[in-house]
Ligand binder design. Structure first.
Ligand SMILES: C[S@@+](CC[C@H](N)C(=O)[O-])C[C@H]1O[C@@H](n2cnc3c(N)ncnc32)[C@H](O)[C@@H]1O
Length: 291
């Protein structure tokens, strides 16, 4: 249990101003998506989204260590038969803000139920954009290795001559592989696609992460004792998982009901959060709009 884990009730744009510069190792978050959940939180218009996000992005840039990573989970909606471009515009605006767009992961939602639309199929995946401040950021790839799997039994049994050398791709793409490198290994590196079920029903928040999602990125980008921030923490999944993994979790949430969910959960884990009166001093009352 980590007694430095802390959660804040308020608007991330304001609360972050009190955080120290270069103090966070990993930011893992899912902000409200444009035009979604107007009656609970969010409801930011897609055309206003970049302007709404950028001041928060600037604070995130300030608080992240140069060796740290920012993972942004977001998905554009379809609007009048077209995908909206606000997520693409946000990525470009974050680049202009100084962020390097270093990688993109896909969260494949394994348990999507079927649906029918006239011009598209069920949305069954979301982006996780990776941004960094520098090109040399901390990454602990061995922490997320996976069992090599059954393919190795057949494929590695009879190696051809090309399997034993670096075999350059036939399409001259420059990619190559040496299959024999995997002989005798039990674990391999994963891909950038994560296959995880969604999880909402038992968390009282309509957009809660499955625990495995932040867990995977926390293992990949931090070590024990390091700081993990979720500026849109909702029911607190990232902070709780980080705390349980021996990291210092920091979370910010604007809706009191969700803040209380996270607070109760952290207290159940025998963690004593900041005294209640100090939250009340932040005087943040949630209005219907968040910007
Ligand atoms: C997509 S949800 C996050 C859910 C979270 N990942 C979980 O596992 O429960 C986004 C959250 O951001 C909160 N939020 C919206 N605007 C905010 C702001 N300006 N500052 C802090 N939190 C905000 C919303 O109330 C909502 O709970």
């Amino acid at each position: 249990m980590n007694n430095k884990t802390k959660i804040y009730l308020g608007d991330a744009k304001e609360v972050l101003k009190d955080f120290e510069s270069n103090s966070v190792d990993l930011i893992f978050t899912s902000p409200p998506y444009a035009d979604r959940r107007k009656n609970t939180y969010g409801g930011i218009k897609p055309e206003d989204y970049v302007d709404w996000f950028l001041p928060i992005g600037q604070q995130l840039f300030r608080v992240l260590k140069p060796s740290g990573t920012f993972i942004l989970n977001i998905k554009e909606k379809a609007d009048r038969g077209e995908r909206h471009t606000y997520v693409i515009e946000l990525v470009l605006a974050l680049k202009r803000q100084g962020w390097l767009w270093t990688e993109e992961f896909i969260w494949h939602k394994k348990n999507s139920y079927p649906g029918k639309w006239p011009n598209r199929f069920r949305d069954s995946w979301e982006h996780l954009y990776q941004f960094n401040k520098t090109r040399s950021f901390n990454m602990y790839q061995e922490e997320v290795m996976i069992p090599i799997g059954d393919w190795a039994n057949g494929r590695l049994k009879k190696l051809s001559e090309t399997d034993k050398i670096r075999d350059n791709a036939k399409n001259l793409s420059g990619f190559g592989k040496n299959v024999s490198n995997w002989l005798g290994r039990n674990y391999v590196y994963p891909t950038n696609v994560l296959h995880l079920a969604t999880e909402c029903s038992n968390k009282n928040h309509s957009a809660a992460f499955p625990d495995e999602l932040p867990e995977w990125f926390i293992k990949l980008f931090t070590k024990e004792g390091e700081v993990v921030l979720d500026p849109f923490m909702g029911s607190g999944t990232t902070v709780i998982v980080a705390n349980n993994m021996g990291r210092i979790g920091l979370g910010i949430e604007i809706v009191k009901e969700y803040f209380d969910l996270a607070d109760n959960q952290l207290r159940q884990n025998l963690f004593v959060a900041e005294p209640k009166d100090s939250y009340d001093k932040t005087k943040i009352k949630r209005s219907k709009k968040v910007h």
